[in-house]
Write a protein that binds this ligand. Structure first.
Ligand code: WT7
Length: 643
């Protein structure tokens, strides 16, 4: 897929290059004084209530402090200052509900809503440092809730609405959230999809510190109600004062916690803080997306439950004063033209989506987007996994009218914002490659010993200088932070991705090098799904692999040994798939669960997942020489193929 054989580049048009925000001068400035470059960007892009005097404190690595003696309010930077600057009537959000209902919020209206919501949360006792869990569909109140937390200096922990009640409970517990903001449900694939029942289940054992549940009415479905704990959003928020004075907090005040899967069973609470995070989120809007807030209409199709939604629906666009589209539903509801209808309707100029969605649209055929006027588009972005050159080229040609630059953006929940992406006015874009670090970012490709590699030598990606939007830690677990990211090589951040430079100095990503899978751009842990499977009564042992999949990039395949006495029934596969879905969330459901008698193990008992992956990818039996018993793979192969 990303074999680097493609060397075609698409240079920006003269018009695009002439108007681009970023030029080679920015690279020169960043190269001459990297830290000073970020200080300049931060002063230029944000309003500091108390200006910072020190840019970076890296005296206690890996614990970075950026702009630490400065103070700002993140929500005021996303809202009030735009209104003060006379931009109150600019549309902040064009909301498009899946059923076709719409809402428009100007900066001035959004500011008022956030002030009221901040007053509402304050009335529940939420103050600086309190954690608030948010479990919501894609509606304006989700953004309002996040910004209300930011305004109070109370870190939010958004839990993707597709996660199960168990996943929600463990995240609430880990973050010790006192308040949960949720909705009765949202609309998905043409019908209401509930959320509140999962909150009720998550809280039913009474083993969380949650005191209040605030519920937005979206679908109007009946919900159970716990008196004294539950409040309707409208009852709480509508009557609040429209005045709220934002307090300036320290740049390192925590802004949010976002859980992501790692190589071990328990998801990690990635912690981001305020000043550095907002600086890089805003800078990348200007740089990678070439955003012109006066004229652009930006649309990021991600869910706010993922980091892409945090940085490129909430904080990046709003800090930039951009106009954006928020769409609640799926691309094929009511039909496969839905996204393109949205682009046409709002005149979207910058579209940001994931390769899996691009491949799906590609499969649906060129004639669907051809029915819509997509001529407003001027730049296309991709994120979440390596984009294969074929999908990249289709995206540019069919969606981008063969003129839009396509920017493939590499970054992670941990990095907070774009790290590697072509600057569209500077560099010709190259199908399948994320190309270069953005100005102010420094990375290397190294071998197992940490030695820098040359072109065409596959190795590991490391980030060798601190960056403003870097994670500040794993919530409540500084040791895990050091161990996971900073122990593999001395003093540099280990990203967990394989990468290679080509002869032009462009970077190609080769996928994860750890037990992390990437399914439709979502990160899943093999260990977490294995733990879920073995927690089922019928399962003795489980091995999970991510195998190549045409649409979703990777798909989850599970190999399971049943307990002696467990019923080997026809629908065991479905039972176990459903079990994982209920335990973690629908995205984690294995595509296939194979019931086998044995698993391939080394003499020391380690499961050799590589062999199972080959099998799932139809590559037959690979090199089984390290196995304690080499015939095991033959048996598994027969059981899997039924031959
Ligand atoms: C992992 C991070 C970044 C927000 C969405 C995912 C993979 C992400 C790319 C890309 C190749 C990519 C990496 C990374 N990844 N973007 N453009 N090219 N790989 O965030 O869930 O934290 O996952 O996604 O493997 O480590 P995440």
């Amino acid at each position: 897929m990303t074999d680097g054989t493609t060397s075609t580049t698409y240079p920006p048009s003269e018009e695009f290059a002439a108007q681009a925000n970023i030029t080679t001068a920015d690279f020169d400035a960043a190269a001459a004084d990297r830290v000073g470059f970020w200080a300049d960007r931060s002063r230029e892009l944000l309003d500091w209530e108390v200006p910072f005097t020190e840019t970076l404190d890296w005296s206690n690595p890996p614990f970075a402090r950026w702009f630490a003696d400065g103070k700002l309010n993140v929500a005021a930077n996303c809202l009030d200052r735009h209104v003060t600057a006379g931009l109150g009537d600019r549309v902040a959000i064009h909301f498009e509900g899946e059923p076709g209902d719409t809402r428009t919020l100007t900066y001035s209206q959004l500011t008022t809503e956030v002030k009221k919501a901040a007053n509402a949360l304050a009335s529940l006792g939420v103050t600086q440092g309190d954690r608030v869990a948010i479990y919501m569909p894609m509606i304006p109140e989700t953004v309002i809730a996040m910004l209300a937390c930011a305004r109070l200096g109370a870190p939010h922990s958004v839990v993707f609405g597709g996660f199960s009640s168990d996943a929600l409970r463990s995240r609430i517990q880990d973050a010790e959230a006192r308040v949960v903001i949720t909705a009765d449900g949202g609309f998905r694939r043409g019908k209401p999809s509930s959320l509140k029942p999962a909150v009720d289940t998550a809280l039913s054992a009474g083993d969380t510190p949650v005191e209040h549940v605030v519920v937005v009415k979206r679908t109007g479905e009946d919900v159970d109600w716990t008196e004294g704990r539950d409040t309707w959003w409208s009852d709480l928020v509508d009557s609040q004062s429209e005045e709220h004075q934002p307090q300036a907090f320290e740049a390192e005040n925590p802004l949010f916690i976002l859980y992501t899967s790692g190589t071990t069973g328990k998801p990690k609470g990635i912690l981001h803080t305020s000043g550095g995070y907002l600086t890089q989120a805003a800078f990348s809007m200007r740089a990678t997306f070439d955003l012109k807030p006066e004229t652009d209409v930006f649309w990021c199709t991600a869910d706010v439950g993922w980091v892409t939604g945090h940085s490129y629906i909430v904080y990046g666009p709003l800090a930039s004063g951009a106009t954006q589209v928020i769409y609640e539903g799926t691309p094929d509801t009511p039909d496969q033209g839905r996204w393109w209808q949205v682009v046409e309707k709002y005149g979207v100029t910058i579209l940001y989506t994931a390769p899996t969605a691009i491949r799906t649209c590609m499969k649906w055929g060129d004639d669907i987007p051809a029915q819509y006027d997509l001529s407003s588009l001027r730049l296309l972005g991709s994120v979440g996994e390596p984009i294969n050159p074929e999908a990249w080229t289709w995206y540019r040609r069919v969606i981008g009218g063969d003129t839009c630059p396509v920017v493939d953006t590499w970054w992670q929940t941990e990095t907070g914002a774009h790290m590697i992406a072509p600057m569209p006015g500077v560099l010709g874009t190259k199908p399948g490659s994320s190309q270069r670090p953005i100005p102010g970012i420094s990375v290397k490709v190294v071998d197992d010993e940490g030695r820098e590699l040359g072109p065409d030598e596959p190795g590991l990606l490391v980030i060798d200088e601190p960056w403003p939007s870097m994670l500040r830690g794993v919530y409540g677990d500084p040791e895990r932070f050091k161990e996971t990211y900073w122990s593999r090589f001395d003093g540099v951040y280990f990203a967990g991705d394989g990468a290679r430079y080509d002869q032009d100095g462009d970077i190609w990503f080769l996928g994860r090098v750890d037990d992390v899978m990437n399914v439709s751009g979502h990160r899943l842990s093999t260990t977490e799904i294995e733990s879920s499977l073995v927690a089922h009564d019928a399962v003795a042992e489980a091995a999970v692999v991510g195998a190549a999949d045409e649409t979703s990039g990777q798909a989850v395949y599970a190999f399971v040994i049943l307990r002696a006495g467990a019923q080997q029934s026809e629908d065991m596969e479905q039972t176990l798939r459903a079990h994982v879905g209920a335990d973690i969330g629908a995205i984690a459901k294995p595509k296939r669960v194979f019931i086998v008698d044995e698993l391939p193990k080394t003499r020391s008992g380690k499961i050799v997942r590589r062999l199972l992956k080959d099998l799932a990818e139809d590559k037959g039996i690979g090199d089984a020489s390290t196995l304690a018993d080499q015939s095991v793979m033959e048996v598994i192969h027969r059981q899997v193929t039924g031959s």
